[in-house]
Design a protein around this ligand. Sequence first.
Ligand code: HEC
Length: 152
Amino acid sequence: MKKSILLTILASICILADEKVLYPDGYRSWTHLKSSITKEHKINTFIGISHIYANDIAIKGLKTYRYKKGATFVLDHLDMNISKDSIKEGKRLFTGVMVYDPIKYSKTANWGFESFIGSSKTKRGVKDSILECFTCHTQVKKKNYVFSSFRE
Ligand code: HEC
């Protein structure tokens, strides 16, 4: 009896650990979708320069709003250095990730959300992905929770 309880606990830990969104290695070589500058925002951390990238599986989904497992978007968010005549990239503030997996992330419409702090590949910023990420992305439920669109 005790052994089976232990095994159940171990199995749950494995499932939980497995739900973690992986750091999107190599995303700077993926398709660049767009860049934007946010000058003001009620959420302070959104102020800065952001570049959005999509892997090949995500690019296919963008055209139909239907995604396959492994589709990944990255929001690379940088500080901005403002001078009299230009706005240039500053240090990286966070790397936001959305990855599609119907088995792991069914609670958040099949999307796993995570943010990696600064340039770290291991320091995670999200504690509650429903509150911190998913709720706002439900604004674009019709586009399968993705704000970005495909353009040539
Ligand atoms: C207040 C609303 C809001 C919250 C909260 C939010 N996002 Fe977003 N997210 C956006 C908007 C708006 C865009 C499109 C940005 C643009 O057009 O430059 C976006 C874009 C993205 C993208 C690129 C794919 C897409 O949808 O275009 C990723 C990845 C992303 N967000 C991850 C996250 C993660 C991870 C969190 C939680 C830490 C989060 N977001 C929280 C509004 C939000």
